[in-house]
Design a protein around this ligand. Sequence first.
Ligand code: TPP
Ligand code: MG
Length: 786
Amino acid sequence: MTDALSAKELTLMDAYWRAANYLTVGQIYLLDNALLREPLSPAHIKVRLLGHWGTSPGQTLLYTHLNRIVTKYDANVIYLSGPGHGGPAVVAQVYLEGTYSEIYPEVSQDAEGMRRLFRQFSTPGGIPSHVSVTTPGSIHEGGELGYVLVHAFGAAFDNPDLIVAAVIGDGEAETGPLAGSWKGISYLNPARDGAVLPILYLNGYKIASPTVLGRSTDDEVRELIESHGYDVTFVAGDDPPLVHQALAGALDTCYAKIRAIQDEARRRGVSGRPRWPAIVLRTLKGWTGPKVVDGVRVEGTFRAHQVPLSEVRDNPEHLRMLEAWMKSYRPGELFDERGRLVPEVAALAPKGERRLGANPHANGGKERVELDIPDFRTLAVPVKHPATERVESTRQLGKLMREIFERKPGRANFRLFCPDETASNRLGDVFDVETRCFVGRLEPDDDHLSPDGRVMEVLSEHNCQGWLEGYTLTGRHGLFASYEAFAMVSASMTVQHAKWLEEGRKLSWRKPIPSLNILLTSTCWRNDHNGFSHQGPGLIDVVLSKKGTVSRIYLPPDANCLLSVADHCFRSRDYVNLIVIDKQPQLQWLGMDEAVQHCARGASVWHWASNEGGAQPDVVLAAAGDIPTLEVVAAAWLLRHHVPDLKVRVVNIVDLMTLFPPIAHPHGMDETSFVDLFGRDLEVVLAFHGYQRAIHELIHGRPEPDRFHVRGFNEEGTTTTPFDMVVRNGMSRYDLCLEALRRVRRDVEKATEFRKFCQEALARHRVYTREHLEDMPEVRDWVWTD
Ligand SMILES: Cc1ncc(C[n+]2csc(CCOP(=O)(O)OP(=O)(O)O)c2C)c(N)n1
Ligand SMILES: [Mg+2]
């Protein structure tokens, strides 16, 4: 086989790699004397050494070689670093190519800029140690390991020209999400989407242990990845010239294969799942670093993971070794008098937006095209009288998405991600115009399945959420619809994404991206057939813990509110929007105009359900969530019929964050509005979709918070009737009535009889459900009557 690189190219690429390695080590260790123009002394060394060397030389190598592919083929490539703790490697690279200094001019491409580059890394007031939001060209921090491949696929969908290089750590490859993400190629359409190039980086170790794949034979690794459907090319070695040649050749081959697959599909149509190329790179962990330190082997072992020389300030031998290590890259040949990369080497970097750090896809807001959303009011459910008709609310959202799918702009920029539950979640109207995506063998019995679909059904919450994240991070829009309980599977990804958005907002060069929209349906209250395992509203608590700048939680009580909320969420940017509503037929409360007003306010008094008249109510019955709304309104109805003397105000909360004081959340309503709803010292019985404590957290700091008596999900669940669920959790209409009477501060006529009525109703419920196995007709068929 002929060498991929000429002797000259090889020399220059090696120089580029050495420069990146030099800058990587400099960032980890040096405060000053960046170009080592004077003998290294302890004063030049950082007090705290915080960074990761082990993964870095492999990543600088890959980046250098991807630069070559970009330049040689004018390829459109972004780089995702799975082991994102190799932050200094990627920062070194974006600095060398010039993007870093364009965004952060104070970190200039000269000696002073290099000093700043080193000093800022992993120091207070500086930059984080990972490939984080501050790193140009990054859409993936790689802090919480496991998501690099799902993000890569998300970025590639509907981006036909893009190649996403995804570097996977061999430790990262042990995570569940990563192991599950190889199957992305069964959803990647070679005619319509871009390409993902997985690069499994086998340096053999994690922090302290060997990796499973590192200790596997080449044959075993090959079989594993081939069995996922990839065409694997191995690159291995510890001799730089040989590895350069092999890697350059491998990347040339992979590039050619990608283009051949795409050309074929774009000319002749998609026929089955192509065997996409993947690379396995087996090199030493901490390659080119110190081989042995204090008599212990470091290069090629787990000991290279973080800082191979840990006592450089105090141990003269370590200091000497650091100096020798850095000088082994021959900085004098690489950087000129002013500290600039010598022109011949610098010329290897791609130009303009082709640079990996400057590619606009990795600053997704730049690529964002607004979503073309139809007027959701045209999908309104007519509500002549509140609480008289039952509708599957999520079905209206399916209709809205159907219309969004229909209105494709030049290039489609909307997808629905769902673990196999689109129809089950009553969102199936999208199938009037869209199909489920599947790139593989199709059977005549398949239902709305094709390689061209944009409904992404993979039974993996990690894939669904990660794909949507990658899709939005590159400027496109979508929704992840999940069973409520199982959104917890990817809750940690929600947390990480919220952190990313939070940091991104602080950087003016990062343009706002479409929000991450998560629909939680099949909720805890209505998992009649699935039972306790499916009953868990925990994601609300997770999102509640995120900063108000990025977190939103909506609990629309009916279809028209859901449409209004969804429209708002689809138009928003830089948020994590959690929308919680069940899919079962449910009573409808508000006409569209009222719904829009209610959602705009976030919470309001429902006068039609209240009987306070002009007077001060005895009690406020408040609800947040669809089932709580049903129980609260039914409780108000019972009270007005049985104890008309009791004055009740009904409040509904659709935007949960309005309950926060304004200092805690930007949606927090001002005190006047809060008092308008809940008074200053009125007793409030509040039924909540999730765990009660969330409400107590929200209203902390409001006037007299002890007067809020919250009922919510109490971890009482099983396979049972809808009403039994609320009874078990003490949130039934009868429980709410009893609670209201318990809290009232005056004697109310007929209260005693009504208490008895409620207790008897609960007892009757118990007997009736055990005998008839369904809810009592008076509950099951309840509608509002005057
Ligand atoms: C989900 C997760 N668990 C644990 C960690 C802690 N951690 C940081 S780096 C690392 C080892 C990573 O090994 P590998 O993926 O092989 O990367 P590399 O060898 O390239 O450094 C671990 C366990 C993490 N960052 N994320
Ligand atoms: Mg490793």
